[in-house]
Design a protein around this ligand. Structure first.
Ligand code: ACO
Length: 323
């Protein structure tokens, strides 16, 4: 059977670091409060004029270089973002133009923090259906642009960044020993919109709007949905949670990650955590964590990697792959 094989990954972070101490000069908060409640110590902030597409291009170029794949081979770009450069065209189209690609399809996916998992599952299905051979899957965000910088309950949580993964069609036996994407699982329950949303948009207010969230409620749903995402992928693949070499979760909050690990009895040593450095970068957080674990040598060829996320919508999902 056709498998979507991961052949390279890359990340791009804006230069500017905003620490908790600096934030405490902007709103009524403290490093102690933020670290205790979230594990976040700092986040990156895009420079004035630096757009989501700029971050996405940086990550895509590094992923292609890491893969040893020329941009001309790419026939599918799926970019997950909730902070596009413009309402239209898709930010993916800008990335495609910058990379000089003239063939194939390019489009954005909007599933907020679950966006990268949605994009990865979609690319995998395109490849398995024979509709693409080389896909760039990107998560890129400039959440700093949609934060209310006077709302301490949300502005301390998020950051900017981008990560990208290159997938290529290859052959597999159809077993979990195959290299490539083995399983993906996507969910949405649109009935909780009022718990996490942006209070603007082209067809409602005609403005961009700001992020609004009832944090405590979101926390409760996050632990339940993430546990569902992990358990379902593992069950569908016919393996055990303990068979997974690395968990690469969406990085929203250290306490959500710890609570999920406790609930599913995950080995904490196997969970890749970057939230302290990046904050919550929404669709970028899973590929940013993936790249960190690849670069520091934790994830090696042949390892079984489970990625998962939960976000606005609510959306949630997971993808199991053998690197
Ligand atoms: N600094 C200091 N005090 C603060 C801050 C802050 N930055 N933010 C809120 N507080 C205060 C509140 O005003 C409140 O004060 P009060 O008791 O006097 O009213 C107190 O701290 C407790 O507020 P809660 O919101 O109940 O605090 P909680 O312990 O729930 O922590 C947090 C808040 C960190 C947002 C938590 O609910 C959370 O992480 N939720 C998950 C949200 C999330 O990660 N969303 C991301 C998108 S979804 C996803 O990616 C999974």
């Amino acid at each position: 059977m056709i498998r979507s094989i991961p052949v390279g990954a890359g990340a791009y972070l804006p230069e500017k670091i905003l620490t908790n101490h600096e934030l405490a000069k902007m709103v009524d908060t403290s490093d102690e409060w933020i670290v205790e409640r979230t594990g976040i110590r700092q986040r990156r902030i895009a420079a004035a004029g630096q757009k989501t597409s700029d971050l996405a291009i940086g990550a895509a170029e590094r992923a292609l270089k890491h893969a040893g794949v020329d941009a001309s081979e790419v026939d599918l770009i799926i970019l997950a973002t909730a902070t596009p450069d413009r309402t239209f065209p898709a930010t993916a189209a800008r990335v495609q133009a910058h990379l000089g690609i003239k063939k194939g399809a390019a489009f954005d996916i909007q599933a907020v923090c679950s966006g990268f998992i949605y994009a990865l599952a979609t690319a995998d299905n395109f490849i398995k259906a024979g509709q693409a051979t080389t896909a760039l899957v990107i998560g890129a965000e400039t959440f700093s642009r949609i934060l209310d910088w006077e709302d301490r309950s949300t502005c301390v949580l998020f950051g900017d960044g981008a990560g990208a993964l290159v997938l290529q069609a290859g052959e597999g036996e159809g077993t979990t020993a195959d290299q490539g994407v083995l399983q993906s699982y996507l969910r949405c329950d649109g009935s909780h919109e009022d718990l996490l949303y942006v209070d603007g948009g082209p067809s409602s207010t005609g403005t961009v709007g700001h992020l609004r969230m009832l944090g405590r409620e979101v926390f409760r749903h996050a632990v339940t949905n993430i546990a569902d995402a992990i358990q379902t992928s593992v069950d569908r693949a016919g393996i055990k949670v303990s068979d997974v070499d690395w968990f690469v979760p969406h990085q929203a909050n250290r306490r959500i990650l710890d609570a999920t690990a406790r609930r599913l009895h995950l080995d904490p040593e196997k969970v890749v955590i970057t939230v302290e450095k990046h904050g919550n970068t929404s669709a970028a957080s899973v590929p940013l964590a993936l790249v960190e674990a690849l670069e520091d040598g934790r994830i090696k060829r042949g390892d079984l990697v489970l990625m998962e996320a939960m976000g606005g919508g609510f959306t949630w999902g997971s993808a199991l792959l053998r690197w």
